[in-house]
Design a protein around this ligand. Structure first.
Ligand code: SAJ
Length: 411
């Protein structure tokens, strides 16, 4: 299959880098988004999200005339849907953005087109997308009706890039490509081969959906193991970091790092899609979620107890991002701990080298953003919430006189 024009639906953390990378390969890319501000920013050569080097790739693709953003759907050879799939209150996946994307592109799809769902999705979402498209365009045929002979080809190819390394991983990572038929999968491989140097591994759509959920659940379960160990070790008066280092010397053991909880938009969400599809069977996956979700409360309690030894407790929270060396504060356990801490009778300072301004939800509570030097002068308690490189470089003598709650084990 030949791709002269590709439409990327949803220009967020995945869609925009994908659109820019495909455009950088000389293919004409139309980015579709409902957010006018994002569309305008991109068309002026800018970016509305933070990811290293993304601005450079977007700017050059726009200047070369290969990337254009719009709020109005246009015809293309292939459509890649990268819209959010949050969960609802009952932890069931909310597919309304996928349905809205289907509704948006339905009027412009044509016989021979390929539609790929990239959004992380519960098992069955690709079939749901195909069903919606068939409802909106009854005169076209779809793989659920005609298999390999269908007018429209549909596949699922979950994104698997690590925030902070998106541009490299988009190209280098192997991709799992699940077709609703063999021909659908082949067409999707041809599309991904235009920009992926990793291997494209073929399967069906349901397995591809489950593969993505499995990858993130694997990580969640393993982080939960480390988090549970850290709580057990506190009780038994053992240094969990030393313990893990020793245990990891076994050739078949590789324990991850405990922390203040699991943040970000993927690992704390995706396992719930498995749990809600198989509630009675997914016991371990659910327990891992619960362990990780409870860790911020445990760390908060440790900080409050440490701070309350002082008559005038001043706590410096080191880091509020959701993980090391990024500025992304969304779904961050460190941010939530800091917020909860400021509701106690404690003065709270934040050191976050990756941002210039505190989010309003913190500044409104009287929390102050300070330099590391000022924090070391003013605070009597240090709460290490993120293992940013700036904190790892601190000399042990500098922090020696402080009471420290080190949820990341950097000191
Ligand atoms: N964390 C720990 N201990 C660890 C590792 C991580 O507490 O040993 C915490 C981090 O601090 C962070 C959270 O877990 O709060 C998640 O961070 P992460 O670096 O593990 O993952 P994400 O959310 O940035 O990206 C993940 C990746 N998935 C896997 O590594 C299996 C990425 O490849 C996916 O594309 C992404 O989720 C996604 O979009 O699904």
């Amino acid at each position: 299959m030949q791709f002269n024009r590709v439409s990327v639906v949803g220009l967020g953390y995945i869609g925009l880098p994908t659109a820019a990378v495909i455009a950088s390969r000389g293919i004409e890319v139309i980015g579709l988004d409902v957010n006018q501000h994002a569309v305008d920013t991109i068309n002026s050569g800018g970016v509305h999200i933070v990811e290293p080097d993304l601005d450079i790739v977007v700017r050059s693709a726009v200047q070369a005339g290969k990337l254009k953003a719009t709020t109005t759907p246009e015809p293309a050879d292939a459509f890649m849907v990268a819209v959010p799939t949050p969960f609802k209150d009952n932890y069931e996946a909310d597919l309304s953005y996928i349905q809205a994307a289907a509704k948006a592109i339905a009027p412009v799809i044509e016989k021979g087109n390929l539609v790929v769902l990239e959004s992380t999705s519960p098992v069955g979402a690709t079939e749901a997308l195909a069903k919606w498209l068939a409802e909106y365009r009854p005169e076209l045929s779809f793989p659920q009706q005609k298999g390999d002979e269908a007018d429209i080809k549909i596949a699922h190819c979950p994104e698997r890039v690590l925030p902070g390394h998106v541009l490299r991983e988009l190209v280098e990572n192997d991709r799992v490509i699940g077709g609703m038929s063999a021909v659908c999968a082949q067409a999707a491989v041809a599309l991904y081969k235009t920009f992926v140097s990793g291997e494209c591994l073929l399967t069906n759509a349901r397995t591809a959906e489950m593969a993505k959920l499995t990858e993130n659940s694997f990580r969640d379960v393993n982080i939960a193991f480390a988090n549970e160990l850290s709580i057990i070790c506190d009780k038994l008066e053992i240094d969990v970091w030393e313990l893990i280092k020793l245990a990891n010397r076994h050739p078949r053991v590789n324990i991850l790092n405990p922390g203040p909880g699991v943040g970000g938009h993927c690992i704390a969400v995706d396992p719930w899609f498995i749990v809600s599809s198989a509630p009675d069977e997914a016991k371990l996956i659910r327990a891992a979620r619960e362990v990780n979700d409870s860790k911020p409360h445990y760390v908060l309690k440790q900080i409050v107890e440490a701070a309350e030894q002082f008559k005038r407790p001043v706590v410096a929270c080191l880091g509020i991002a959701f993980k090391a060396d990024i500025d992304d504060l969304r779904e961050s356990p460190a941010l939530n701990i800091t917020k909860a801490l400021s509701q106690h009778d404690i003065e709270v300072l934040v050191v976050e080298p990756n941002i210039d301004e505190l989010p309003k939800e913190l500044s409104d509570l009287g929390v102050q953003l300070t330099s590391i030097e000022e924090a070391l002068q003013r605070a009597n308690t240090l709460a290490v919430l993120v293992d940013h490189k700036e904190f790892k470089q601190l000399e042990p003598e500098v922090v020696a006189r402080k009471v420290i709650v080190d949820s990341r084990g950097i000191f």
